[in-house]
Design a protein around this ligand. Structure first.
Ligand code: AMP
Length: 294
């Protein structure tokens, strides 16, 4: 496994892989790798001939009051993780190399970047879309792997890739959770034991909502009220049911939706979501009925 620091070296390395007929998979991360990241790396290793894991804490997606300086940085052990999972390269450019003093160009994905996390973090998706574009331009991947845990991010990146004709396949993978339901996040390590216990209401609320959806509830307002009720002991930033691709609010659930929540627990902001598709749910109910001979 090699560590690549510069954009030029990264592009050169990828061009060499591609010249040998190898596909390149990219897993963009900010490091502090956990089992959620590992699931993306494993998916890329199993599908692509070479896997590049980028590790870059992107200053463009943090506001001045946010946790850029304190964000966990565990570069050595991250490299060991990537190597043990079969990754071919870690791409870790410096912030200075990515954003020079006269840096001026940003990508904006209109509308999709505005709601949900965009409400409290207006700078965020501009920073994400910009850095992902820059990573794509240096790594030249065939496929890029993202976690559904950051559901709005997946929708924003998919739209950007489509609108700007990147020709890169975006693969979204399910959220990896602790046994008790808490979605893995590099920020979980900020939580004190009592905050962690309180954070569990986030996944509990989503699972309660899933039960309602599976039982046939289609009124978004009723589901969101139940979610807010289960999350009453934490400071809710938002809880909303939106169209899974457009991210526009829905009142009745007729197509694929995302129920997304964000909450502040002490100084830590956590996000989580589930997706639900009533058509798929109906098909799997029918399938179960058929296989049980009903
Ligand atoms: P981050 O390092 O937080 O920027 O995350 C890098 C990638 O890992 C993003 O595509 C995330 O969506 C994904 N990711 C983070 N947490 C999880 C998780 N619990 N399960 C699956 N993917 C995750």
């Amino acid at each position: 496994m090699i560590v690549i620091r510069s954009q030029a070296e990264m592009r050169q390395w990828s061009r060499e892989q591609r010249a040998r007929g190898k596909t390149v998979g990219l897993v963009p991360t900010m490091g502090a790798l956990h089992a959620g990241h590992a699931s993306l790396i494993e998916a890329s290793v199993s599908r692509d001939d070479t896997t590049v894991v980028s590790i870059f804490v992107n200053p463009a997606q943090f506001a001045p009051h946010e946790d850029y300086d304190s964000y966990p940085r565990t570069f050595q052990s991250d490299c060991e993780t990537v190597e043990s999972l079969g990754g071919a390269a870690v791409y870790a450019p410096t912030a200075k190399a990515m954003y020079g003093r006269d840096y001026a160009t940003y990508i904006e994905v209109e509308r999709l970047q505005e709601g949900l996390c965009g409400g409290t973090r207006p700078h965020f998706f501009r920073g994400v879309a910009t850095v992902v574009t820059k990573l794509f331009n240096s790594v030249l991947p065939d496929r890029a792997y993202f976690g559904q845990k950051d559901g709005q991010q997946v929708a924003v990146i998919r739209r950007m890739v489509r609108d700007l004709d990147f020709g890169i396949e975006i693969v979204a993978l399910p959220t990896v959770r602790e046994k008790d339901g808490l979605a893995l996040s590099s920020r979980n390590e900020y939580l004190s034991p009592s905050e962690r216990a309180r954070a569990l209401c986030i996944s509990r609320a989503l699972f309660a909502a899933r039960d309602m959806l599976e039982a046939g509830e289609r009124d978004a307002g009723r589901i969101v009220s139940e979610v807010k009720n289960v999350m009453k002991d934490v400071e809710i930033d938002y809880a909303a049911i939106v169209d899974a691709d457009e991210l526009t609010p829905v009142e009745r659930i007729e197509g694929r939706v995302m129920l997304a929540v964000a909450a502040q627990i002490g100084n830590t902001r956590l996000i989580d979501n589930i997706q639900f598709d009533p058509q798929e749910a109906r098909a799997s109910t029918q399938e179960r009925a058929r296989s049980s001979g009903a």
